[in-house]
Design a binder for this molecule. Structure first.
Ligand code: DAH
Length: 341
């Protein structure tokens, strides 16, 4: 009898399992309702009375050994499983998208404007932010002693009178026109810099979208029609525009465009300060001097150009009262805008 117990004990101690099924087989064999140890208790009566106590103890130990080994095997199986799971991690499974980033309000407005002009054949042109004096000013009909240079307080690079941070995206006009022959139809979004005191209403950096169309026979009427289309797409199909005479060195004639939003709803009233009219952009017919400076024959070609400030539109659109919020990148501010999906 004792031999049987001995054999089972060593079998239990040496048992190993590699799967849940094998573990279950172990449990049934040693701990199940019809387990292999039970009949050994019935053998008690065949044991010499003097050995019965020892036999009983040996059986209890056997039972305990079976339970202990079962728990050990269970633990080792868990470990094995975790290991194989780690090896089998699928790094290509998409991350659950419960934490979205969001587009910056300036990007939202920029992207909307770009897509409006792309739909009528304008192509995006991007150029450098560190510019030379010629492309930013001289080629744009703003020679050195021109008073218009004072209108745009310029950041020059340290120790340089030649290199500067572009003060407007109009510099992209001269970059493109010196490289490319007409027809030219570009839209140039980007950041510009001016040495202005930072306050709630002005900043030393902001964004513009520049437009330029140069071809044979481009007229003021073409410009007006293009800008009316833009106004309707941007502000709604009932939008009306007016062009007020203005001055820019690089256009002749020059104008500023206002869009009529009316005063009926509260936002429109607030945006237009009660006048119904919102100032949106500067524009004009490209000055022949600009075309000639860039190597385009002003006898043969004409063109129109326009420049739109982005920050003011974004602030008006989203009711943002301080321009500085647009450059501080505080997540609490940024996460209010539409998520990237
Ligand atoms: N560059 C001008 C500015 O920064 C805006 C502008 C006005 C651009 C008229 C143009 C234009 O292309 O035709 O104030």
């Amino acid at each position: 009898m004792f031999d049987k117990v001995e054999i089972l004990l060593s079998e239990i101690k040496q048992s190993e399992v590699g799967s849940k099924d094998e573990l279950e087989a172990f449990r049934i064999k040693f701990l199940g309702s019809k387990n292999i140890i039970k009949p050994l208790f019935a053998e008690m009566r065949n044991v010499e009375p003097s050995d019965r106590k020892a036999y009983g103890q040996a059986l209890n130990e056997l039972k305990n050994a079976a339970e202990g080994r079962y728990n050990e095997l269970l633990d080792s199986l868990d470990d094995q499983e975790q290991h194989t799971m780690a090896e089998g991690i699928d790094y290509t499974i998409p991350v659950p998208m419960d934490h979205h980033g969001s587009r910056h309000p300036v990007s939202l407005v920029l992207n909307k404007m770009i897509s409006i002009f792309q739909r009528i054949g304008f192509v995006v042109a991007e150029e450098r932010e560190i510019e030379d004096d010629w492309h930013n000013f001289t080629a744009m009909n703003t020679p050195e002693d021109h008073p218009a240079r004072d209108m745009q307080d310029t950041f020059y690079l340290k120790g340089s009178t030649e290199m500067l941070l572009r003060t407007h995206t109009s510099s992209v006009q001269s970059r493109v026109m010196t490289k490319q022959k007409p027809p030219i139809r570009i839209i140039a979004p980007g950041r510009v810099y001016r040495n202005e005191t930072i306050s709630a209403r002005s900043h030393c950096q902001f964004h513009q979208v520049e437009g330029l169309y140069v071809d044979k026979g481009v007229s003021f009427a073409d410009m007006k029609d293009t800008l009316l289309y833009f106004a309707k797409e941007m502000y709604g199909k009932d939008a009306k525009i007016r062009l007020r005479p203005s001055y820019f060195p690089f256009t002749e004639p020059s104008a500023e465009m206002d869009v009529y939003l009316g005063t009926a709803d509260d936002t429109a009233y607030r945006l237009t300060k009660g006048t119904g009219w919102l100032e949106v952009l500067g524009c004009g017919m490209v000055d022949p001097n600009v075309l000639d400076s860039c190597g385009i024959d002003s006898e043969e070609y004409t063109g129109f150009a326009f420049g739109i400030g982005i920050e003011r539109s974004a602030m008006q659109n989203y009711n943002i009262s301080d321009i500085r919020l647009l450059f501080e990148n505080d997540v609490r501010f940024l996460k209010q805008f539409s998520p990237i999906l």
